[in-house]
Write a protein that binds this ligand. Structure first.
Ligand SMILES: NC(=O)c1ccc[n+]([C@@H]2O[C@H](COP(=O)([O-])OP(=O)(O)OC[C@H]3O[C@@H](n4cnc5c(N)ncnc54)[C@H](O)[C@@H]3O)[C@@H](O)[C@H]2O)c1
Ligand SMILES: O=C[C@H](O)CS(=O)(=O)O
Length: 461
């Protein structure tokens, strides 16, 4: 059994059966068999079924959001927002389903004709993280189903309930049970079953970079098509001319969403030396004013850390920075109860950080904001790009030349210019370098679920 607990209280909220190896293999076979029927249903019918799914989820929005907050710990208002965000992917791909175009090209001889078509890859296996249990699932399931693929997912052990609920609602919407399925259990074990299986033609993973690397390696044995949405370490540059108050608001929005546990949270703030004190003072005041507590309580701004492992990583990064000379402007305070298994980190702002500090090199995944200063723009770019990651980056400036220079020189897949919240179903979300492979969302997000086939017809009249 998997014990699902509330990270804010430690209370056991549910127990979920782990699937056996035989059950998982049977589901994979069923998913492969169901592909023939599902992929032959016309795209307009698939589109309608996705719209049904979207409508049914929205009717259950409050219930789903409450379950999400109970198992994830995020604020109820964030869970409500995530349900809308998750549904936006289903809506977007319900429309893309009927816009998967092929084309003809001029043949090389009068007796020939050439037709190029786009076809679903087959059974898609997905593995998703705990931090967005609804959106990370629909960001994969919606384009896969729209393309005509069948789908099986292993949600994170911390947050299986939200994903299980969404799949139950998909069946209620008329999407057949074998077309979209879930399995629960140990990630490593199920990951191996997915990568070894020849029934699975596509593996899509959202999670940490180390696990992503392992899955890419193991997928080579059957040459699987892979999408990897991995770790991040977002820089946030505040230029000399920036509107400081606006930059502070957007930095708080980016940094403290989901208690700092998102892949695109600002992880390093790089501020021009002329405005360093003014920015530091304002961001510290804002961070110190955030309420920490249970996500179900209305006035809470920052919920719990998901587990002890995440909590200890955050603490170790703060301790390392302080030992190497960082100044704590606010935070570096904790509320932990080992017996209950509850862990809270108070919003923390660090100043006088240096590149050699762990917090400047590794993803934090917590409500901690290290600040470093720069003088010339190329120095800011060098600091920002000094990471193995390439997911999201942000900068705040009203100078067109500064903005275009930074856009051109920052090596990140997602860039927010005066925008701390750049995500959406309409844009190709994803990273460069060790932040992953492929994109999810937008026109690009259905491509990973399609194979291109061309037909050359000879001896034509
Ligand atoms: N790029 C994105 O879109 C995105 C979105 C959300 C989270 N993330 C990243 O995910 C990480 C946080 O999530 P997490 O702690 O759940 O990550 P994680 O990699 O530990 O776990 C993610 C999923 O992988 C499973 N898993 C764990 N070990 C596995 C293995 N050996 N083989 C197969 N599956 C395995 C887990 O059970 C879980 O379902 C952060 O690095 C964050 O940046 C990235
Ligand atoms: O944590 C990663 C998510 O993809 C962030 S977002 O909700 O998509 O912005």
């Amino acid at each position: 059994m998997i014990n699902v607990t509330n990270p804010a209280t430690g209370a056991l909220i549910s127990q979920v059966l782990e699937h056996t190896e035989d059950e998982i293999k049977a589901k994979l076979e069923n998913g492969e068999k169901a592909f023939e029927t599902w992929s032959s249903i016309n795209a307009h019918a698939r589109s309608r079924l996705l719209r049904n799914w979207s409508a049914i989820i929205l009717k259950k929005k409050q219930e789903i959001a409450e379950v999400m907050t109970l198992e994830n710990g995020k604020l109820l208002k964030e869970s409500l927002g995530e349900v809308d965000y998750a549904v936006s992917y289903i809506d977007w791909y319900s429309e893309e389903a009927i816009r998967i175009y092929g084309r003809t090209v001029p043949a090389s001889a009068e007796s020939k004709r050439v037709i190029i078509s786009r076809n679903p890859v087959g059974l898609v296996a997905a593995i998703t993280p705990w931090n967005f249990p609804a959106a990370m699932m629909t960001r994969k399931a919606a384009p896969a189903l729209a393309a005509g693929c069948t789908f099986i997912i292993k949600p994170a052990e911390e947050t299986p309930l939200t994903t299980m609920k969404l799949i139950e609602l998909a069946h209620e919407a008329g999407i057949p049970e074998e077309v979209i399925q879930y399995v629960n259990g140990d990630g490593a074990k199920i990951g191996s079953l997915f990568t070894e299986s020849r029934s699975v033609r596509k593996l899509t993973f959202t999670g940490s970079t180390p696990v992503g690397k392992l899955l890419i390696k193991n997928s080579a044995q059957t040459v699987k098509n892979v999408t990897m949405e991995l770790g991040g370490h977002a820089p946030l540059i505040v230029a000399k001319d920036a509107d400081i108050d606006f930059a502070v608001k957007q930095t708080v929005l980016s940094k403290f969403r989901n208690a700092g546990q998102t892949c695109i949270c600002a992880n390093r703030v790089i501020v021009h030396e002329d405005i360093l004190d003014a920015f530091s003072e304002k961001i510290t005041e804002a961070a110190a004013g955030l309420q920490v507590g249970n996500g179900l309580v209305e006035d809470t701004d920052v919920g719990p850390i998901i587990n002890k492992k995440g909590f200890e990583k955050i603490k170790s990064q703060i301790n390392d920075a302080v030992e190497k000379g960082a100044e704590v402007l606010t935070g570096n305070a904790y509320s932990a109860n080992e017996e209950k298994g509850t862990y809270f980190v108070y919003p923390t702002v660090l100043k006088n950080t240096e590149r050699d500090m762990t917090i400047m090199q590794e993803e934090t995944f917590g409500p901690v904001l290290p600040i470093i200063s720069f003088k010339e723009l190329d120095e800011a770019v060098a600091l920002a790009n000094d990471t193995a990651y390439g997911l999201a980056a942000y900068f705040f400036t009203n100078d067109y030349r500064v903005g275009t220079y930074l856009h051109d020189h920052l090596d990140f897949g997602i860039i927010g210019w005066n925008d701390g919240a750049p995500s959406g179903a309409h844009v190709p979300f994803g990273g460069m370098k060790e932040s992953g492979l492929g994109r999810e969302g937008g026109a690009e997000g259905i491509e990973p679920y399609l194979e291109t086939k061309y037909l050359s017809i000879g001896n034509h009249m």
